[in-house]
Design a protein around this ligand. Structure first.
Ligand code: BV8
Ligand code: ZN
Length: 265
């Protein structure tokens, strides 16, 4: 029976094409876009996964909106507290660390590297990645809702209050999570940097994202339109799978360490 397995293994294309390894080794401008899927192996539920406990009946896309916060600031704040307390117990996984190593190696060879994430969990920074563009904000930061106040408060500096949301220590305004809700504009400076890098790169990775959320989902398309080599790493097909150069069906925590080791070790 082993000759059949040998035949299958020898004829099955390698998960990571040798040409991709040389693309990465010779790359001059690399962009990586990550979504909730890269944190899945850290135990952080992806955005589309069913919620659990008291939040099971809620749809994230209905809670992550300015309208939901205006209507019931307490409930939205409690939802973020529940997520924050769950996320702070999680650690970066091998996929995050592989991207940190990829950034180090590329900078060593004077290439440019831009890491863009839709995630708000802070795990890329925790894994050592530098200059991360957090397009949707960060769950460990809060900001004042008073239009004349620009106070940002780190989670560790929050003063607990009997009835959430906590108040701003500068103007006593209500604090909100410093994340981008549906219907809100992304941080313009970071978005412009992300778009410029995607339009100029020679190699673009789309990792762990369903490519459904705009405007982040347009970034891989910008790279494709600029004739970049585009790699997708996702266990399932997405809207861009048929268009990318290298569709790699797999988990980020498994594929990325192999790719980095195969390129530089
Ligand atoms: C805006 C923070 C305009 C909050 C989030 C066209 C153009 C512009 C806007 C729109 C448009 N069409 C529609 C819109 C509106 C909307 C939108 O995109 N709606 C969708 C539903 C169609 N966009 C917006 O509202 C954006 N704002 O455009 O404003 C504007 C301009 C000027 C002035 C005013 C307004 C704001 C969008 C940001 C929303 N905030 N997060 C919070 O998290 O609480 S988005 C949220 O979804 C998370 O950040 C998450 O990262 C993100 C995207 O989802 P994914 O990351 O892709 O996660 P998902 O679960 O979907 O998929 C995970 C994938 O991983 C799966 O494919 C899975 O197979 C894969 N996977 C699983 N395990 C693994 C894996 N992959 C690899 N390895 C594994 N182990
Ligand atoms: Zn304030």
């Amino acid at each position: 029976m082993s000759f059949i397995w040998d035949w299958i293994n020898n004829t099955r294309p390698p998960l990571i094409a040798p040409e991709l390894v040389s693309n990465l080794r010779d790359a001059k401008r690399v962009v990586v876009l990550t979504g909730a899927g890269i944190s899945a192996e850290s135990g952080v539920p992806t955005f589309r996964e069913a919620q659990t406990g008291i939040w099971a009946e809620y749809n994230p896309e209905e809670l992550a909106t300015p309208y939901a916060f205006e209507k019931n600031p307490w409930r939205v704040w409690e939802w973020y507290t529940w997520r924050r307390e769950m996320i702070e117990k999680k650690d970066p996984n091998d996929g995050h660390y592989a991207l940190t190593e990829m950034q180090r190696r590329l900078l060593d060879q004077n290439a440019q590297f831009t890491l863009i994430t839709q995630n708000i969990d802070g795990l890329h920074k925790m894994a050592g990645s530098k200059d991360v563009l957090e397009l949707h904000g960060n769950i460990f930061r809060s900001r004042c809702t008073d239009l004349d106040c620009d106070e940002i408060v780190e989670y560790k500096d929050l003063k607990p209050t009997e009835t959430p949301p906590p108040r701003c220590h500068k103007c006593n305004g209500m604090l909100r999570p410093d994340v981008v809700w549906f219907g809100e504009a992304l941080p313009l400076d970071d978005l412009h940097k992300a778009m410029a890098a995607s339009q100029k790169c020679d190699l673009f990775f789309s990792i762990g994202t369903s490519t459904l959320i705009q405007p982040a989902a347009s970034l891989p398309i910008m790279a494709l339109d600029a004739d970049a080599v585009v790699v997708e790493i996702n266990p399932i097909e997405t809207l861009i799978t048929k268009r990318v150069t290298y569709p790699i069906q797999g988990k980020a925590g498994n594929i990325l360490p192999k790719l980095v080791a195969g390129t530089w070790d």
